[in-house]
Design a protein around this ligand. Sequence first.
Ligand code: UDP
Length: 485
Amino acid sequence: TTTTTPSHVVLVPLMAQGHIIPMLDMARLLAERGVLVTFITTPVNASRIKPIIVRVHESNLPINFIELPFPCAEAGLPLGCENLDLVPSKDLQLNFLQAIQLLALPFEQRLKNLVPRPTCMINDMWNPWAANVARSLNIRRLVFHGPSCAFIYCSYVFQLHKIYETVTDEFEEITVPGLTDVFGQSFKVCRTHAPGWSNAPGFEKLREKVLQGEETADGVVMNTFDDVEPMFVEAYKVVVGKDVWTVGPLCLYDKVDDLSARIVRGNKTAVDQEKLLCWLDSMEENSVLYVSFGSLTQMNVGQILEIGSGLEASEFPFIWVIKDVEKCPKVEKWLEGFEKRMSLRSFVIKGWAPQTVILSHKSVGGFVSHCGWNSTLEALSNGVPMIAWPQFADQFLNGRLVVELLRIGIAIGVKKPVFYYDEDEIRVRRDDVERAVRSLMGDGEEAEERRIRAREIKEKAIKAMEEGGSSYENITKLVEYIKHY
Ligand code: UDP
């Protein structure tokens, strides 16, 4: 017998939860299909995903984790600030993105010493510096898009950021051009919902690099599936003129029937999972609302209290995830009474939640979400209708997709983008929260229709990832591509 050197792919995620999580799913998928994977991480991020690293080693998956030291000091960041969700203030966001650029040199040195030599690289769109490294190693490079194709199409093809120059009215609706009108649908955007990052001071240069990084890539890998946004996927493929593999929803990689055996993605969970599952088991089917705004959204005290009061008034049972409670004595204090009053119908999670476990549970019937693309895919994959409350970046476009095209959600709080809430700014009042929850969770005709449509999308998502499905076949093609070069 002859031994052949395995194809070796290097994955370079952006150091942020919503980017590391899907790339890690992809690493395992590719490794299972016989590709040797090197996954780039940093010490703090590696410690957060330790359970997955252990599982990878136990199951002998060929994934090698490389921890690059993160240049916090050089970039003026506090020590240990190695993930976007650890950046203490919005003024330091750009420093964080710049720190990531500084990884290029140590990254290249490590890659040069790897045996066997990598044959392909897949980098997050936010790591455009990886292009130079791939070029100097003379290997293929694919770009990985974590956000929806709707967002990618609007950003790259339609050049959404230019809307700031061409439109003055904040809410004037522009129909996005070039979309094949498959279902008699069109897609509109307004200036206010254009992703904020692309227009923030200091970000222009980075945006240029990101756009260039996509242009010079040999192909594109996307965490989406054709059936969820066909009109964008089709239009994007036509324009981009290179290989595009839609391989999602990657969250379904982890689909297991025994929820208690599921490894929490991204971070250590802040709850006793057994206790949580027990509580969920005791609830009626589709009766529980799950409330969470991802890893980055930071709300002020007033807004948190408004949400709580709205949930209380709605009379539906809920799981509510609140981050950084320990940093906010006012919220901590208020929660004491709140949790007592709500003890029979609430489960408050202070910190990291096992989100996909929760969304997979049959008792969960609704999701108040910021519409991060991972959260959106996780809701779709589990057939859970949403209250779409986008906050920043791509989330407004994802929210529109959910509410207007897929028609499985209700929009709230879409007046203005926000990354960090000002001290006393309240975006959505308790009455609006209550109204939306009642309408989503109730048994009105519209609510029922939303549930039916959500279940249909769930079936399509599962099918896409099963043998013969569009994403499954695309993963096969992607593996062939990697092996070919
Ligand atoms: N997540 C989680 N527990 C939490 C918060 C987030 O497991 O308490 C996961 C969530 O399931 C998703 C990712 O973190 O996979 C967040 O990504 P998303 O794109 O939804 O939002 P972002 O955090 O990037 O705003």
